[in-house]
Design a protein around this ligand. Structure first.
Ligand SMILES: *Cc1c(COP(=O)(O)O)cnc(C)c1O
Length: 427
């Protein structure tokens, strides 16, 4: 049996009764490195990337991995070596991207709250583009660029006011969101920016949300962006590139998002029909490049039968896997051993962590046949897990392993207690 149908993860499968990622058994990795442990399949990341590359074959396109999805250095290195640029949202991410081998000209800087210091640092390294999110930011960036004797390449993020039909916390392109410039202010904002000597307009961008599983919101947002692009160019302002953000969803629990190549076949036809198909195109995928490539392996600590609920208490928690607590998100949870161990009866459990919060759950109402000491795999944990991990409850952040065939590279050691207290001082 393979579980590829369960979570859309083709490189994760059972062999000889044990769950494997590529040529490595998770059980052996858990024995060697301890739990909770994040394990990533390099082949799965590259397969996800190749769907975008196929979609853009023959076009002038740049894929900028949105590194907030997973910003571990070795993950960034895989994408940098594969030719990706990066979408960053802080100078910390800039430093990480550069440390992993990114080319500064292929980096775009998004986010509503860039500081002057962050702007200066990005200008100094020669960043490809600032995706500017407000009229106030335009003025500040102009000042910072002039003071540094530079010209800042900019794109203005437009808010197309489309509903991506995803969780409200990850919808970003609706009127009520903090992101981007309102559609009807866009042309005037471009005209203002064009008059500022510290800025050079290079593009236009949108990003409407995350975990989008339907083509329609993209089609709608593209149509609105092209209306604006035409109006901006008619006003004499050239746009070198169009940037469509990220947001494509993955299969967590039977969702059927379009494949990147299929989505882009549709969107490119739309661009071609309006004469924009040969323009430089940028995309900023995050989740869809790393989400299904990652698994969090966790150990069952205790089984706790209850009057209303049975609890399966594991050693991973909301500080490792924050998505259920944040968005009530679903991760599939499967045992590493394909057949139920002797003495384990299937039962319905809430899978919960040790953190002292009722929001600390990993999965609800899951049928599992497990005993204390068994290992479970929390699937589709490559995106927005480790990058959001914290030390809450003074728990060390997990270790991470990158698998390449039968090789497993430890790419992050588990936090030690010294790591956790490093920057603290008794008064
Ligand atoms: C988060 C983000 C992305 C990536 O979103 P995914 O849903 O992970 O693909 C891209 N662009 C911007 C501006 C973002 O904030």
């Amino acid at each position: 049996m393979t579980i590829s149908t369960l979570a859309g993860a083709p490189h994760i499968h059972y062999a000889n009764g044990q769950l494997h990622v590529e040529g490595c058994a998770f059980e052996a990795l858990a024995q060697e490195h301890g739990t909770p442990l994040f394990v990533y399949s390099k082949a799965s990341m590259l397969a996800a990337l190749s769907a975008y590359q196929r979609g853009f074959a023959g076009r002038n396109a740049q894929i900028c991995y949105a590194m907030k999805a997973n910003s571990s250095l070795a993950i960034l290195q895989v994408f940098a070596r594969a030719g990706c640029g990066f979408d960053i949202v802080s100078s910390g991410e800039l430093a990480r991207a550069l440390a992993a081998g990114a080319r500064p000209a292929q980096i775009v800087f998004s986010g509503v709250g860039k500081t002057r210091r962050e702007m200066r640092e990005a200008l100094e390294v020669g960043i490809g583009c600032f995706n500017v999110e407000s009229e106030a930011e335009i003025d500040v960036l102009n000042e910072v660029a002039l003071a540094a004797d530079r010209v800042a390449p900019i794109s203005i993020r437009v808010n197309p006011n489309v509903d991506p039909k995803t969780h409200p916390y990850i919808s970003t392109g609706l009127k009520g969101n903090k992101f981007g410039i309102a559609h009807d202010r866009t042309l005037a904002t471009y005209q203002r920016a064009a008059a500022l000597p510290g800025l050079h307009i290079v593009g236009i961008d949108f990003h409407i949300g995350s975990q989008i599983t339907d083509e329609a919101p993209y089609r709608e947002a593209v149509e609105r962006m092209l209306d604006l692009a035409q109006a901006i160019e008619a006003a004499g302002i050239a746009l070198e590139h169009l940037d469509f953000g990220g947001g494509l969803g993955i299969n967590y629990n039977g969702e059927t998002p379009p494949e990147a190549d299929a989505l882009w076949a549709t969107l490119l036809a739309q661009l071609d029909a309006r004469g924009f198909g040969q323009r430089k195109l940028l995309v900023e995928p995050g989740r869809s490049l790393v989400g299904t490539a990652g698994v969090c392996v966790t150990e069952v600590l205790y089984l706790k039968p209850g009057e209303q609920k049975n609890f399966c208490i594991v050693d991973a928690a909301m500080n490792d896997l924050p998505r259920p607590a944040l968005y009530q998100a679903f991760h599939a949870i499967v045992p590493l051993a394909q057949s139920a161990p002797a003495g384990a009866q299937p039962a319905l459990y809430d899978v919960v962590g040790p953190v002292c919060e009722s929001g600390d759950w990993i999965g609800r109402d899951r049928t599992l046949a497990v005993r204390a000491g068994d290992h479970l795999a929390v699937l589709s944990a490559g995106a927005y897990c480790m990058s959001m991990a914290s030390n809450y409850n003074s728990r060390g952040r997990a270790a991470e392993v990158l698998v390449e065939g039968t090789q497993a590279h430890l790419i992050r050691s588990r936090d030690s207690i010294t790591d956790q207290m490093r920057n603290e001082h008794l008064a």
